[in-house]
Design a protein around this ligand. Structure first.
Ligand SMILES: C[S@@+](CC[C@H](N)C(=O)[O-])C[C@H]1O[C@@H](n2cnc3c(N)ncnc32)[C@H](O)[C@@H]1O
Length: 247
């Protein structure tokens, strides 16, 4: 029954790979129609230790299956032996969250990102800082299983959507670029849209043309650039020091 449900839902659902992804998804309100574990006792012991707030929810969700049943369900078995499928939030719901005003925390834009791991790390950062959402432009699917794995299931803690530059949510657009003005001289407002360029080629011409401000992170002249996800981390931290967010 569980495997039948899994196979029916797998093509259209978000794979939550491992205990931590499932824990975060449940904590942030994901709808999880099916969840499996190779060892219920071990999974619930982890919940007792690390996530008592969702322990009862996990107890109700998890079905124990033999390892031979679990392994073919996932691309590579996770050390915690837990996997689940969640319903992907609708585009309409995400667009509503992204467009909602007044905005109390920035939207992060990744302009044509290439690296799935970077995108996942940025979604995790956005969740941690309570950002309104993460928008990607270009071809990368921000709900790709590798991005969800990198984001540790925290897609459900923010609004994650792919848009064109014309569709970006309202708000002053601050684009991060090593040639911009020093970010330390700017207070980032809560309704900021914070844009970051691609790992290979930086900000696209289209995004640059839309930007209201170009800002740089402090960096010695001999260094060309920082990694994309670390740039987002520094920028969100800079925003948080002015507002006291996310706590
Ligand atoms: C790996 S960098 C891109 C490097 C690319 N070769 C270029 O020409 O910009 C990815 C993104 O991180 C951000 N970034 C990296 N270092 C930065 C810095 N010192 N100041 C501002 N943004 C930076 C920018 O948004 C940049 O487009």
């Amino acid at each position: 029954m569980t495997v039948t449900s899994w196979n029916r839902l797998a093509g259209t659902s978000v794979l939550l790979d491992g205990f931590h992804a499932l824990k975060h998804a449940v904590r942030f309100g994901a709808e999880v129609p099916v969840a499996v574990t190779v060892d219920r006792t071990a999974a619930l012991a982890l919940a007792d230790e690390l996530a008592p707030d969702v322990r009862d929810a996990l107890d109700a969700l998890l079905t124990e299956v033999p390892e031979s049943t679990y392994t073919p369900l996932v691309p590579r078995p996770h050390p915690t032996g837990v996997a689940a499928l969640a319903v992907r939030p609708s585009r309409a719901a995400n667009l509503q969250k992204l467009a909602h005003t007044p905005r109390t925390a920035p939207v992060v834009v990744l302009d044509h990102p290439r690296n799935l791991g970077n995108a996942g790390a940025v979604i995790r950062l956005a969740a941690g800082f309570g950002a309104t959402g993460v928008v990607t432009t270009g071809t990368l699917d921000p709900w790709h299983p590798t991005v969800v794995r990198g984001g540790a299931g925290l897609h459900f803690a923010t609004a994650v959507e792919r848009l064109t530059v014309e569709e970006l949510p309202p708000g002053p657009l601050f684009a991060l670029d090593p040639e911009g003005d020093d970010i330390r001289g700017t207070k980032l407002p809560d309704d900021a849209v914070l844009a970051f360029g691609s790992e290979r080629s930086g900000l696209s011409a289209e995004l640059r043309a839309r930007a209201d401000h170009l800002l740089s992170l402090p960096m010695r002249p001999q260094v060309s650039s920082y990694n994309l996800a670390t740039s987002v981390a520094m920028t969100l931290y800079h925003w948080s020091t002015a507002t006291g967010a996310p706590l």
